[in-house]
Design a protein around this ligand. Structure first.
Ligand code: HEM
Length: 226
């Protein structure tokens, strides 16, 4: 008999329920789109710029949503971490592509859809935002560190072009990972409908896979980013 969300929640907490629900999608995310091109060292600098540019709207929505719910008993603790990747990505794009990148580098429909879904998740008590914070921030603290090292080598990118993955503001990024997971569990304890948050986690991964595939598809056809 499959354990109900209530059992998982009481037994193992929201973060483990998200982990279990998204495990297969995580494997798919690692093996598809521009992400697998980066892993194989086959992505060009322009491809990477297109990928970064199309992650910006999602992070802006996520961080605006968390800031809006900063006083909420559900999201307050997560919001206080201020992991803020949007500004880091924007500064990487400034270095990689130069001023005016926002107008010059194409915004893909998959990126607009992803951002709109996050804006939707920020509605009401904002509890579904937990799933988007889980997917992106724990992704950046895990696989993102691997991508950063690969990009530094494959595309000869320097720290000012990789600040997206830089969490050195935090004393111990590993402790940050486990602390943030525990903070997600505590947020989960205040949520009235944890099953909706877990399903939002699956949606968040699917939106990431769709974005990654859209960037891969578009990458070969767009003009150089500079
Ligand atoms: C480049 C491809 C990727 C690699 C090599 C990678 C690698 C990893 C590794 C080693 C972990 C920690 C192991 C674990 O706790 O299971 C992890 C966790 C995670 N990854 Fe990835 N990942 C990749 C892509 C992604 C993508 C594209 C996303 C989402 C957009 C993502 C989201 C996550 C999340 C949310 C976790 C935390 C799981 C948890 O602690 O509950 N990863 N990843």
């Amino acid at each position: 008999m499959t354990a109900t969300i209530a059992d998982q929640k009481t037994a193992r907490g929201l973060v483990s329920a998200l982990y279990v629900r998204t495990k297969a999608l995580h494997t798919e995310a690692e093996r598809s789109g521009i992400v697998v091109d980066i892993l194989r060292g086959e992505a060009s600098r322009d491809d990477y710029v297109l990928f970064l540019r199309n992650l910006v709207p999602a992070y802006r929505e996520l961080e605006e949503g968390l800031a809006r719910h900063a006083a909420s008993p559900i999201l307050g603790e997560l919001a206080r971490y201020r992991l803020d990747r949007a500004s880091a990505i924007e500064s990487d794009l400034e270095v990689l592509s130069g001023q005016g990148w926002e107008a010059r580098v194409p915004l893909l429909p998959a990126a607009e859809t992803y951002a709109a879904k996050i804006a939707d998740a920020a509605g009401g008590d904002g509890s579904r935002l937990i799933a988007h914070a889980y997917t992106r921030y724990l992704g950046d603290l895990n696989g993102g560190q691997i991508l950063s090292r690969l990009l530094a080598k494959a595309l000869d990118l320097g720290p000012h072009e990789l600040s997206f993955y830089d969490f050195s503001r935090f004393a111990d990024p590993d402790a940050l990972k486990s602390d943030y997971r525990l903070a997600i569990d505590r947020a989960g304890d205040a949520v009235s409908d944890p099953a909706a948050v877990v399903e939002e986690g699956a949606l968040a991964f699917s939106l990431n896979i769709a974005l990654s595939e859209a960037v891969q598809q578009a990458a070969g056809t767009t003009a150089p980013a500079r």
